[in-house]
Design a protein around this ligand. Structure first.
Ligand code: WTA
Length: 644
């Protein structure tokens, strides 16, 4: 595949598209040259209780201060619900498709509004106040969206923890933000199996003293213990309250949510998003990139526990009055045609998934796809990790029948919404490229010394000016925010990704340049997995790197040094895999563990990960200079005993 491969989606498919090439150019120029005018105009996307007059007030230097719409007032739940009632109260807001193909449900905007109001009243009754933190640990059920919006309604800051996280991970996320209330479920369902959410929550609550109340949704009806006075059934509480609820007036810069995400070092950070700018950005990007039109059915397959679920299952689509499909299951169950069957069943027009899923399904050939119609599809999206051109083309040809635009969307938890992505019909596509920045996004490539590269180049991807959806701080740790994102290259936002820009100005994301790995679109810090491993009593030291993986994009490769006297057995290897699953979550289980009597370190004791990455990738010819190592002989041993 070369950079010259261009695909212009046929105009008939996109007739009536929102933005064409010249309109896009005009928007890019306006957002860059007159941000206050441009973003004032776009602010109409949300329902203000008080219209903002001050639009952009941001600085990437010194203390780093990011404020958008700072004198505006609004409530995110009103933008997502109340203001749609007059026009589309009876339109379906959420189509829920169960893990079991015979199980589904449709919730209209009016019904969703009532369910959110009831839970919001419950939260108030349980003394949740504006600014309090509420942790949400739920499976992919409508209650997850209801819980988020109910928090927004009363001004509580939600922190959603992905249901695949372990009790330990849940506990540390509750402790960090000191939530006073937890919303969970009896159990979740995935691929025909049950996920013991309440049991995990109970375990986490042993070390989470700030939690006073637990609201438990009945999802499977499984038997779970309930602690008197602390645990309450969702249905019971919601029955006894009013179906309407006065929304809290929030300043545009009041926090909407915290979402924990992994970085190179330390514990996961509480990424903080505020209300006004985030909502405008979620709405703006959802409408432009997915070319969303009223009445269409839109499906994002992400989990609400990740940012993609926040912005593109809940806030963006609902702000735009869309019908958003929420899927409880997995692509491979009951069989590997499930995605396409769901698309036909609910006549999905816009489908948004991750490259991992595409690569896994590609392996099973075209038949499971081709036995479905998929005629309703118009736009196909990709997110979470780089999409290789082969997977892109398969998605375009086999799934989309060469009829649908493929939009590869690059962004991050920190950016709140899409940043680099094509506008279908306005930007020609190149398989494997996220293409061009959205209006309002100003990327640049820097070399390692911080020099700005021009023209075609490859380097560190940074963003030079603020956009409304940008994270505002790390919850209760503004210094860490500055340190992480604004110190390597002062004055710009450092994404942690590398990218190449071609002669047409298209961006090709090459992956993380830091110690973050991306496994099946799940972002993890290698340091987190290392600290889980060294917490095992038999482990002396561990170093974790990413390795190329055909389906997952990256796999987890762990080098483990055991304590003196411990035997490196197959049983212990399995035990360590189970250990990491329990410490972090099943998705963090190492794909390979290599016993390492020693790790390559510099004389000052720093592990040389560059070498470990090369060995894991089986690129042992290009190890580079190893003369600075304290003990160069360890490298030979590691190469000889490579796993896989
Ligand atoms: C990676 C997920 C290439 C990237 C929305 C980024 C991508 C990290 C793409 C953020 C893409 C996301 N192409 N890489 N289209 N989308 N990434 O915070 O490395 O879970 O920094 O947000 O995923 O992961 P996060």
């Amino acid at each position: 595949m070369t950079d010259d491969t261009r695909i212009a989606v046929k105009p008939n498919v996109l007739a009536g598209t929102h933005v064409d090439a010249s309109k896009r150019e005009a928007m890019v120029a306006a957002a860059r040259d007159e941000p206050d005018v441009f973003w004032k105009h776009e602010s109409r996307r949300v329902a203000w209780m008080r219209e903002p007059t001050r639009i952009k007030n941001t600085s990437f230097t010194g203390d780093v201060s990011i404020r958008w719409y700072e004198d505006g007032e609004l409530n995110a739940s009103v933008s997502c619900l109340d203001r749609h009632l007059a026009e589309r109260g009876d339109q379906v807001a959420i189509i829920w498709e169960g893990d079991d193909p015979n199980n589904d449900a449709k919730v209209t905007y009016r019904e969703l509004h009532e369910r959110v109001c009831r839970l919001a009243n419950v939260l108030r009754k349980l003394e949740v106040k504006k600014g309090d933190r509420v942790t949400i640990y739920l499976p992919m059920v409508v209650e997850a969206a209801v819980a988020m919006l109910a928090c927004a309604r009363v001004g509580a800051i939600h922190s959603v923890v992905f249901g695949g996280f372990s009790a330990e991970s849940l506990a540390s996320r509750i402790q960090d933000c000191e939530s006073t209330l937890l919303i969970t479920a009896d159990e979740g369902r995935r691929g025909g199996r049950r996920v013991p959410l309440k049991t995990n929550a109970d375990e986490a609550l042993k070390s989470s003293p700030t939690i006073r109340n637990v609201v438990v949704a009945r999802v499977t009806g499984g038997e779970v213990p309930m602690q008197e006075g602390r645990d309450h059934w969702w249905d019971d509480l919601c029955r006894d309250v009013e179906p309407s609820c006065e929304p809290e007036r929030m300043n545009a810069e009041d926090p909407l949510f915290i979402l924990y995400t992994s970085g190179s070092t330390g514990k996961p950070k509480g990424v903080l998003h505020t209300t006004g700018g985030y909502m405008v950005w979620a709405s703006f990007t959802h409408e432009l990139v997915f070319d969303y039109r009223p009445g269409e059915v839109y499906w994002c397959t992400a989990d609400v526990g990740w940012v993609t679920g926040h912005s593109y299952i809940v806030y963006g689509p609902l702000a735009n009055g869309a019908t958003s499909l929420m899927f409880e299951g997995v692509p491979s169950w009951p069989d590997n045609s499930r995605f396409w069957q769901v698309i036909d069943k609910h006549q999905v027009n816009i489908f948004y998934t991750a490259p991992t899923a595409i690569r896994a399904l590609m392996r099973d050939g075209e038949e499971p796809v081709k036995r479905t119609s998929r005629k309703s599809l118009r736009i196909l999206g990709s997110v979470g990790e780089p999409i290789n051109p082969e997977a892109w083309l398969w998605y375009y040809r086999v799934v989309g029948d060469e009829r649908c635009a493929v939009v590869d969307t690059w962004w991050q938890t920190e950016t709140g919404g899409l940043m680099i992505a094509p506008l279908p019909g306005a930007v020609e596509l190149k398989p494997g490229s996220a293409t061009l920045p959205l209006p309002g996004v100003q990327p640049a490539l820097l070399d390692n010394d911080g020099n700005t590269l021009t023209g075609p180049a490859e380097g560190n991807l940074v963003i030079t000016d603020s956009w409304p959806g940008q994270m505002r701080t790390v919850f209760r740790d503004h210094q860490r925010f500055i340190q992480t994102y604004f110190s390597t290259f002062p004055g710009v936002y450092v994404t942690g990704d590398g990218a190449r820009r071609d002669e047409d100005g298209y961006y090709w994301i090459t992956g993380r340049v830091d110690d973050v790995i991306n496994v099946s679109g799940h972002r993890m810090g290698t340091a987190e997995i290392e600290s889980a491993l060294v917490a095992h009593p038999k482990v002396a030291e561990a170093a974790v790197v990413g390795m190329p993986h055909d389906i997952k994009g990256q796999g987890i490769y762990a080098y483990v040094t055991l304590n003196a006297g411990e035997e490196p057995t197959e049983a212990l290897r399995k035990e360590l895999v189970t250990w990491v699953r329990k410490e972090i979550g099943p998705f963090a289980a190492p794909d390979a563990i290599q016993w390492a009597p020693g790790l390559p370190k510099t004389r000052s004791g720093k592990i040389m990960r560059r070498i470990l990455r090369k060995i894991a990738a089986n690129e042992v010819d290009g190890l580079g200079d190893t003369s600075t190592l304290a003990d160069p002989t360890v490298v030979g041993d590691l190469i000889d005993n490579r796993v896989g």
